[in-house]
Ligand binder design. Sequence first.
Ligand code: ZN
Length: 240
Amino acid sequence: MWAGVFVIALAGIAGLSALDAAETLGGAGFLKLRSSDPGGSERPAQEPIAPLTGLLIVLDPGHGGDDRGVCHFESDLIEKEINLDLALRLQEQLEKAGARVLLTRADDTFVSLDERARIANDAEAHLFLSLHVNRIPGHPDCFGAQTFYFPGSEEGERLAQLLQEELIKIDPENYRSPLPGNYRVLRLTTMPGALVEIGFMTSARDRELIATTVYRDQVAMAITQGVIRFFTESPSPPRR
Ligand SMILES: [Zn+2]
């Protein structure tokens, strides 16, 4: 369904009829006109455009520095390291999809929650995604990636729902639904946002997944797909 939405959006941008735009798309990808190119007659009229072009996304790898987050030392799993590794993988996927990406931390340093929100607000990002690993002591059977949105944020909830749907495709046994979460980084940021817990450190099942680069790449691709759906399925926030 969203391909159809995109065709109409493309038609609007390029001044084409929806039919022209559909023919231009040809099922091969996304295209745009270079209408501002004065030498356009000698150059191809269209070039590929990625679905997240014009969007700035802030990724927030949770914890860092002295704040290690949740750990499972026997498995050599430390949350702050997992979050950063995932953020870098996600950055790559989002950039491939055309987005600009800003990280609240790109190395093992401590950044306060207020500073993380300030980075996103100052950059006037279109989207904020905080990345974490979950824990629930005493409940080793609890498993599965889980998304959170700020209570009352309609756009945040829509984003979290789409991300959850895509994450469940990786792990169909994951029965979790998005939940409201009064997290400070979501409360202080002014753009739509979500917090993604990619699994439970307290679950042996999840630890096995989280430890692998295969799972982390799958999560990065699932989140990217959710973000693409967020911006291409109606209603879509404005771009710059
Ligand atoms: Zn965390």
